[in-house]
Design a protein around this ligand. Structure first.
Ligand SMILES: Cc1cc2nc3c(=O)[nH]c(=O)nc-3n(C[C@H](O)[C@H](O)[C@H](O)COP(=O)(O)OP(=O)(O)OC[C@H]3O[C@@H](n4cnc5c(N)ncnc54)[C@H](O)[C@@H]3O)c2cc1C
Length: 656
């Protein structure tokens, strides 16, 4: 990924007309930040240029400014970019962290916490990167899974010279984005945030669809030489720690169905949390006459034209697939046992204009500021509004006054979208606070519900007999195809294989089946040199790109390995106390947040109601927590372990 000072395209090669069209359509708040840094003139932060606050998830491209002021900004930005292309350096290549937070505050027209400056500087790559871990003795690694997490881990390990092998059950790279092929499948986090920090790309859409993301991941893997490292169609069955050799023994079933055993010093578990489809228990499902399709297993040969289609579920996948197939099918019946909040989403299916794509390529500074705005808008902006106010008098509606304001905003939106079908309101308007379940993005859902060939059954699909589907309230319909948009076994963390750690500790038993936890989502006591990417309590329920979290975790895992090497240890594991304290902190933090609001259900919680899938932290907090591994948090297993039961404890840990 370019630095903001890089000029990826030489001035002589730049298409100035295209660049001008990009500046003319660019996001004004981001242009203003570029102007500040390019000219050093702070006037761009003040009136009359100060952006007005945008609404919801809108990019606020005009900044709410009068046309003439916008024009002045665009002209000045074009002049500054061309001067920079001519060789003029940035006047402010490294604003202070405080200035960066103040700049994002101005660009968003709302307060951004001052401590955010540090993260802005890091994600904009304003400073020289810290030296990568020095691997002073040979280490080997096995990575399980070749989705975003596996790709990220493999690239980082390769960079620091740790050879690795990747086992992937599928026949291609990409995980989520290889497997989910249903019509309409795409991200609901914006393009520049759903991009590896080390490899930018020229996204065609503000919210790319799966084909483009899958291609990006495949190209990334190709560019970094990962195909030589992956064993496709190879499923890991078991990973067992060998205390005599301080290595992991990994048992796989290879592409020929033959069992193989492999060994490595380190294991990265990169199997995802949304990887094992959840098939609901429906009476008579086996008897269904037509085709049953889970959204995560969409067949290539299915033709829905003119078919009577039934969909079970109304979560994120349903919200994408239903509008995408509605005009193709004869009829579409949706069985929705619960309700969902869905936010207006102005950039839905919008292409990034050619000129703006060009500007993003030519001027890394613009890309960086635009990304900062997107990160704030779609990630942490809302976090502070999700705390349960213990004195709040309307807990059935909302969790605090701001959350109630959000409720009113989204309710108005739903009413407006339903148009002449206000009869649907009682079936779609949630009776729980906004954000208590993942906030979905409206992919045309409400408008689709208004169609003549679409019917919402606000009940569970209870029974199937042949082609007759009966809902929990006794309504029946006939269907040719049944689509299960029922999500994944999110609570079954690392459910696709068995992990046995030190002293025969079985991970599932240690966790008590569905009660997964990990220190910083990454490490578990008793499982040396075992790193879980996208592990428990890592995803961001308040929004945000998983790629950022996965990169943070990968960085942290390498820091732990560095600490292990610094201690001349053979292996490293988190101390039980550190783990317990962290889990208690996570649980206590969640207790204050909307996801544990009494009476609401979401897939973030396990059967006991403990939130296991998502983090309670702001993204900048997780970034900070994962910068450095504190030796006192770990115990180190020496190369010649005195006894396998008692790993050496460093003095810092003993006194902590
Ligand atoms: C429909 C959908 C939309 C999403 N949209 C967004 C979004 O907008 N923004 C966002 O941030 N996140 C989104 N996510 C979450 C998404 O899963 C993550 O962003 C990211 O892709 C996770 O990458 P991963 O590598 O950790 O897991 P996965 O992509 O799930 O990859 C795991 C890999 O491990 C392999 N594997 C599993 N078990 C084994 C085994 N035992 N042996 C060998 N291989 C194994 C799998 O085959 C798979 O390839 C979405 C998820 C889904 C399902």
């Amino acid at each position: 990924m370019e630095k903001i000072t890089d000029r990826p395209i030489d001035k002589a090669q730049v298409d100035l007309a295209l660049l001008r069209s990009g500046v003319d359509q660019a996001n004004i708040p981001s242009l203003l930040m570029c102007l500040v840094q390019m000219t050093g003139d702070m006037k761009w932060l003040d009136a009359p240029y100060t952006p007005r606050r945008g609404v919801g998830l809108d990019d606020n491209d005009s900044a709410g400014l009068p046309e003439d002021v916008q024009q002045e900004i665009r002209d000045a930005a074009f002049a500054a970019v061309t001067a920079w292309l001519d060789g003029q350096p940035l006047a402010m290549p490294r604003p202070s962290n405080q200035q960066l937070a103040a700049m994002l505050t101005a660009a968003m027209a709302e307060p951004v916490p001052e401590e955010y400056g540090e993260v802005i500087a890091a994600t904009m790559k304003l400073d020289e990167p810290a030296a990568p871990p020095a691997v002073k003795r040979p280490l080997s690694a096995i990575i399980i899974g070749a989705g975003v997490s596996g790709i990220c881990a493999a690239i980082r390990l390769k960079e620091i010279g740790i050879p690795c092998q990747i086992f992937e059950k599928n026949d291609e790279i990409g995980g989520t984005w290889w497997e989910n092929r249903y019509p309409g499948c795409g991200v609901d986090t914006p393009n520049l945030t759903y991009t590896f920090s080390f490899r930018s790309t020229d996204w065609s859409h503000y919210f790319p669809l799966r084909e483009e993301i899958s291609r990006y991941l495949i190209d990334t893997a190709r560019e970094y030489g990962l195909y030589d490292l992956v064993r496709f169609r190879t499923t890991v069955k078991k990973a067992r720690w060998q205390s005599d050799t301080n290595q992991w023994q990994v048992t796989v079933i290879n592409a020929d169905g033959v069992e193989e055993v492999h060994y490595a010093d380190v294991v990265f578990s990169a199997v995802g949390i949304l990887n094992m489809p959840l098939v609901p228990q429906i009476d008579g499902l086996q008897s269904f006459k037509g085709r049953v399709i889970h959204t995560a297993d969409w067949p290539e040969d299915v033709d829905l034209t003119g078919k009577r289609v039934a969909v079970v579920g109304n979560g994120a996948s349903a919200m994408q697939v239903v509008p995408a197939i509605a005009d193709q099918v004869a009829s579409l019946t949706i069985f929705a046992r619960s309700k969902q909040w869905a936010a207006p989403f102005p950039q839905f299916r919008k292409e990034v204009p050619r000129g703006v794509r060009y500007l993003i390529q030519v001027l890394p500074l613009y890309r960086a500021w635009y990304e900062q705005r997107l990160s704030w808008t779609f990630n942490d902006r809302v976090h502070g509004t999700l705390f349960r106010d213990p004195d709040w008098k309307e807990p059935a509606r909302s969790v605090n006054a701001i959350n109630d304001g959000h409720r009113q905003h989204f309710t108005r939106y739903v009413i407006e979208q339903l148009g002449d079908r206000q009869d649907l309101l009682e079936h779609v308007l949630p009776d729980f606070p906004p954000f208590a379940k993942r906030m979905l993005l409206d992919n045309g859902w409400y408008k689709t519900l208004r169609r003549d060939n679409v019917r919402l059954v606000p009940h569970r699909l209870a029974r199937i007999e042949g082609s007759t589907l009966t809902s929990a309230n006794g309504e029946t319909i006939e269907a040719d195809v049944l689509i299960l948009a029922t999500g994944f076994q999110a609570a079954n963390v690392l459910g696709s294989y068995e992990v046995v750690g030190r002293d025969g500790r079985v991970l599932k038993e240690f966790w008590g089946q569905d009660n997964a936890a990990a220190y910083l989502g990454t490490v578990v006591p008793g499982f040396p040199n075992f790193f879980i990417l996208l592990g428990p309590n890592v995803g961001a329920g308040h929004g945000g790109s998983m790629i950022r979290s996965i990169e943070n975790q990968t960085h942290y895992a390498l820091q732990i390995l560095q600490t292990m090497l610094d201690h001349d240890a053979a292996a490293v594991e988190v101390r039980e106390q550190t783990y317990n304290d962290y889990v208690a902190k996570v649980d206590a933090a969640h207790e204050k947040l909307v996801w544990t609001h009494p009476g609401t259900e979401n897939w973030y919680r396990n059967a006991q109601g403990r939130v296991i899938a998502i983090t309670p932290w702001r993204n900048d907090a997780f970034w900070r927590m994962t910068r450095k591994a504190q030796p006192g948090d770990f115990q180190f297993i020496p190369a010649t372990a005195p006894t396998e039961q008692e790993p050496a404890t460093p003095p810092a840990a003993a006194s902590a």
